[in-house]
Write a protein that binds this ligand. Structure first.
Ligand code: SME
Length: 161
């Protein structure tokens, strides 16, 4: 069986998300193993958008623990309200950081990362983890990313949790 993601050369990120999300749905809807699905989603996002780092942190014993990801090795545990991920956990909302060097408490896993978006994964009203995406470019993420990544987050919690 061949598994592939159809990418597009368009620079319009809205179009990219619109093409990618149905494909992600097809990838995960028949799979019952969460690690398998989240791994494929991290890879699909990383290679469609050429993001610097894409990964999941999942809540386990009151910590965010590194889950499936694509990119350089990253810190394996993040506490409540720590860094951008822990702040998204505490506030249960999407956080966009235009310049990570200006975010107090930012946890730098790579000095190359310049901007970041963290989207909570909320299942039946309870946060179960976060999706974290880093870019090498300043101000890379905006409300379009937030909208489509939140849509993706809902898809993931429906199918994987
Ligand atoms: N920058 C994140 C830590 C995770 S890495 O970016 C992969 C944070 O501040 O929570």
């Amino acid at each position: 069986m061949t598994v592939s993601i159809q990418t597009t050369s368009t620079n319009d990120k809205k179009e990219k998300y619109k093409i990618l999300l149905p494909q992600i749905k097809s990838l995960i809807e028949g799979e019952t193993n969460r690690i398998s699905s989240l791994s494929n989603v991290a890879a699909a996002l990383k290679y469609s958008f050429d993001f610097f780092w894409v990964g999941f942190y999942l809540i386990e014993n009151q910590m965010l623990v590194l889950g499936p990801f694509q990119g350089e090795p990253a810190c394996s545990r993040i506490g409540f309200n720590k860094g951008v991920c822990g702040t998204s956990w505490a506030q249960q909302k999407t956080i966009i950081v235009n310049d990570v060097n200006q975010f107090e408490g930012h946890i730098a896993c790579s000095s190359l990362s310049q901007s970041e978006i963290v989207v909570p994964l909320i299942h039946q009203g309870e946060i179960v983890g976060v999706l974290d995406i880093d870019s090498e470019h300043l101000s890379h993420f905006d409300s379009t990313d937030a909208f489509y990544l939140e849509t993706l987050s809902n898809l993931l919690t429906d199918y994987c949790f």
